[in-house]
Design a protein around this ligand. Sequence first.
Ligand SMILES: NC(=O)c1ccc[n+]([C@@H]2O[C@H](COP(=O)([O-])OP(=O)(O)OC[C@H]3O[C@@H](n4cnc5c(N)ncnc54)[C@H](OP(=O)(O)O)[C@@H]3O)[C@@H](O)[C@H]2O)c1
Length: 250
Amino acid sequence: MTSYDGTLPLDGKVALVTGGSRGIGAATAVRLARAGADVAVTYVNGKEAAADAVRAVSSLGRRGVALRADSSDAGEAAGAVERTAEALGGLDVLVNNVGVGVLGPLASLSPDEVDRVLAVNVRGVFLASQAAAARMPEGGRIITIGTCMTQRVPGPGGTLYAMSKSALVGLTKALARELGSVGITANIVHPGPIDTDMNPADGPYAAGQVAMTALGRFGTVEEVAAMVVHLAGASYVTGAEFSVDGGHAA
Ligand SMILES: NC(=O)c1ccc[n+]([C@@H]2O[C@H](COP(=O)([O-])OP(=O)(O)OC[C@H]3O[C@@H](n4cnc5c(N)ncnc54)[C@H](OP(=O)(O)O)[C@@H]3O)[C@@H](O)[C@H]2O)c1
């Protein structure tokens, strides 16, 4: 990853990873730091886990900061961007990683659940992206985590989650069009089944998910993080969708 002159691809850049205390977000934060970026992560309950992620960033010689910021709260979702810029001196890369998965039969989903999922998965992403776009210099990157279920819903129970994440595809394409003129890119990454607390590889629904992939296995957080960090350094890619799903959509 180091270039011939010894610099790293994200040297001097500042990144914010929402929901960066565990899972895909934590792996992405560490990988961004390995590529040279200073990194802020948000969390809600996992103070210790967020501190671990920051320690991992610091151990790579980069500055790290953990921010308690609940993405379901409009002010906190946007405020995390401002707090990152204050703490680390700007913002170049926003990774909209945070997301909640509420699955279940259509008839079982309450209006409160619909509101909560849309607040975190859609409104929070919109507001963070809006705040980031207002701050980012030319070369800014907005990278959003979607899901393979925006491309193929493998069975019942996914109405709310798939609806919320599908909104992010539209947001990403529209952001690309709106921000292209100021040199900011927007892309979306669709993970397949990835072994995390949200979706453990030994969980009750794991076998069915594995059966839907071409590679016949769960993915790792590192495999998603690698794509995100690639996009953080990609200057001529915008408005695009990237599957990291083991062939779930094939
Ligand atoms: N795992 C998969 O199979 C899979 C597949 C497709 C897409 N995805 C998507 O990938 C993203 C990451 O998933 P994951 O599996 O890594 O999830 P995870 O293991 O459940 O981790 C979720 C992270 O988000 C944070 N978080 C949760 N609610 C939050 C809120 N309201 N405000 C701020 N932070 C919050 C958690 O912080 P605390 O520690 O404070 O709780 C944690 O750091 C999500 O958008 C998810 O929808 C995952």
